[in-house]
Design a protein around this ligand. Structure first.
Ligand SMILES: NC(=O)C1=CN([C@@H]2O[C@H](COP(=O)(O)OP(=O)(O)OC[C@H]3O[C@@H](n4cnc5c(N)ncnc54)[C@H](O)[C@@H]3O)[C@@H](O)[C@H]2O)[C@@H](O)CC1
Ligand SMILES: [K+]
Length: 556
């Protein structure tokens, strides 16, 4: 898993090392330079003797450093010095009158070129952007000093060292002007003429701790982050601007060590699960298991208007490995479900997790589905005397409007941004879909606080907030998964995952968030598996679940 820690925790963990004289910046910059060289070499790969590709030479490659006033700029300058010594042509564009002294001296000593941007007689941001992007004109001339750089050719790689964890608010000043000009001047993403952009620690201008994008940000192809990942690198919308990741180990003790770790119980602010995490936690049946120990999923979904949602949710529950699926709803819809999946039963009985809400109409006749879902939700929440032990529930789509009591954490809401905004508005918050999309963590957390439930907020990246201290942020789904019915499949899949660990989740409701995040990962992997690189239909995603789970389990 990738664990992300807030800026303040990273700083606190750096302190003892810096006090002991550990050269953190040099370490960070050396590792950054190594990643840049490797990325460039791969981009310049050439056919090898055995027909494969071998890494190309990086000598002479043009490197542009965007340098801000703080240590983030210092990292970029030191990395630039390492690269200049290895024969790359490095130009530093200084966005502040004062930059890191040691870094600047190192770069000059290594023969790097230095351009002061927009300070008095310095180069204008637009001229810098033209030079970096490879247009006519450029920022050479009076302000340039040192060797290297070819006016007109453009940079091969850009290191964004304008601000790091010291950033406050949207990118401002000269750095913001340079980024705005580059966003105009650079070739489109995917164009081979576009330079490879490496963000130093974080893409400058993203909300380091909250993942917001309050102003201009240069999207990165790679983010090299130091000590630990930062929450903003995992959280949407900023996570879509980070490119590939690389976490450089600086030896920070973020969770404390030994007894200290146990005593402080410090947890990362945000976690992203990886395949091996999901594989490890997946319940694999043994010889003593039967359908009730595997978990029975109760599905209250679909109406005469939207029968397909019932088929999709039930199919996903079956194909994810439920011990049994019980369908509750109108007879005609039940017949359609059984026709699609003869494993499903329509008789009542014991249930270990509920899936409620897919395919309810916004208003009008619901064939009694809302009443069924209300009763199931009350039973799941432990509010129905005589209904047996409480069990987890997935509350999706049309059932989100039924939450009229405070929920336990083992109830998992699965809204998209529009549904979350509606839920929050119904509780008095003035928020719309755009506001939720601009700050998903904040509003998912707010919904958890208001309802008590675990909240899985769907989107291009998925955010999960529950009763525990750690939020989850998954970005596993191809864009193709944004298709009708995909949410019904997620609900069914999550129902099966919760049913398999029903008693455990009720006893430890903070575990619901990790299971929900795991469901988001499996959902995304199944979409990719259903049709790699191309469009997917929701039922095909459900169909890909058995193979996806098997492939994950092969990693154990
Ligand atoms: N503390 C350490 O020992 C280490 C720090 N490292 C680097 O140091 C960085 C943190 O350095 P700093 O604390 O100096 O802070 P930064 O370099 O992130 O930024 C602080 C500077 O940016 C300016 N600034 C803040 N918000 C701005 C905005 N919105 N627009 C424009 N300018 C803004 C501030 O006035 C200040 O001059 C990390 O991100 C990392 O890159 C690494 O070298 C590893 C070791
Ligand atoms: K940066």
């Amino acid at each position: 898993m990738i664990e992300a820690w807030p800026a303040a925790d990273v700083r606190a963990a750096e302190e003892p090392l810096l006090a002991a004289g550990v050269p953190l910046m040099e370490r960070a910059a050396f590792a950054l330079a190594a990643v840049v060289r490797r990325d460039l070499a791969r981009r310049r790969a050439v056919p090898g003797p055995d027909g494969g590709l071998v890494e190309g030479s990086v000598r002479g490659a043009r490197v542009a450093l965007l340098v801000g006033a703080g240590n983030n700029g210092g990292d970029a300058l030191h990395a630039g010095a390492f690269l200049a010594r290895r024969g790359l042509a490095v130009t530093a564009y200084l966005a502040d009158e004062r930059v890191h002294d040691g870094g600047l001296a190192a770069l000059r000593g290594a023969g790097g070129r230095v351009v002061v941007v927009d300070a008095g007689a310095g180069a204008a941001p637009s001229a810098v952007a033209t030079e970096v992007a490879g247009g006519a004109g450029g920022a050479g001339g009076a302000s340039a000093a040192g060797a290297g750089g070819t006016a007109g050719a453009g940079a091969d790689v850009v290191l964004d060292g304008l601000v790091g964890i010291g950033a406050r608010g949207p990118l401002r000043g000269t750095g913001a002007a340079v980024v705005a000009a580059l966003l105009e001047a650079l070739p489109e993403p995917g164009d081979p003429a576009r330079p490879w952009v490496v963000a130093v620690d974080v893409p400058s201008g993203v909300g380091v701790d909250d993942g917001t994008v309050p102003g201009p940000v240069l999207p990165a192809d790679r983010t090299v982050t130091f000590g630990a990942a930062k929450p903003g690198l995992l959280l949407p919308p900023a996570t879509h601007l980070t490119g590939a990741g690389a976490v450089i180990d600086l030896g920070l003790e973020l969770a404390g060590t030994g007894a200290q770790a146990a005593a402080s119980a410090r947890r990362p602010a945000v976690v992203r699960l990886e395949d091996t995490d999901v594989a490890r936690a997946w319940p694999v049946p043994g010889p003593a298991d039967h359908k009730y120990t595997r978990g029975v999923v109760g599905v209250v979904a679909g109406t005469a208007t939207y029968p397909g949602a019932a088929v999709l949710a039930s199919s996903a529950a079956v194909r994810a490995g439920a011990g049994m699926v019980r369908y509750q709803g109108p007879d005609a819809v039940g017949q359609a479900v059984v026709a699609a999946r003869p494993e499903v039963v329509t008789a009542g009985g014991r249930v270990q997790a509920w899936v409620l809400g897919p395919g309810f109409p916004a208003e009008g006749d619901d064939d009694g589905q809302r009443d069924r879902a209300r009763a199931a939700l009350a039973a799941a929440s432990g509010l129905l005397p005589g209904a047996g032990a409480p069990v987890p529930a997935v509350v999706d789509a049309g059932a989100l409007a039924l939450l009229d009591h405070r929920c336990p954490g083992w109830v998992v809401l699965t809204p998209h941004a529009g549904e979350l905004a509606a839920l929050l508005r119904s509780r008095g918050d003035d928020v719309d879909r755009a506001a939720v999309e601009a700050h998903p963590l904040r509003w998912a957390r707010r919904a958890h606080e208001l309802t008590g439930a675990t909240v899985l907020l769907k989107g291009g990246a998925t955010v999960v907030v529950g009763p525990g201290p750690t939020a989850y942020a998954q970005a596993d789904a191809p864009g193709w998964l944004a298709t009708a019915g995909a949410g019904d499949v997620l609900a069914g899949l999550l129902g099966t995952m919760l049913a398999a660990r029903s008693a455990e989740v009720v006893a430890h409701p903070e575990r619901a968030a990790e299971i929900a995040a795991a469901a988001a990962l499996v959902h995304g992997r199944a979409a990719e598996r259903a049709n790699p690189g191309g469009p997917v239909a929701a039922l095909d995603v459900a169909g890909a679940l058995p193979g996806t789970v098997a492939a994950l389990l092969a990693l154990r």
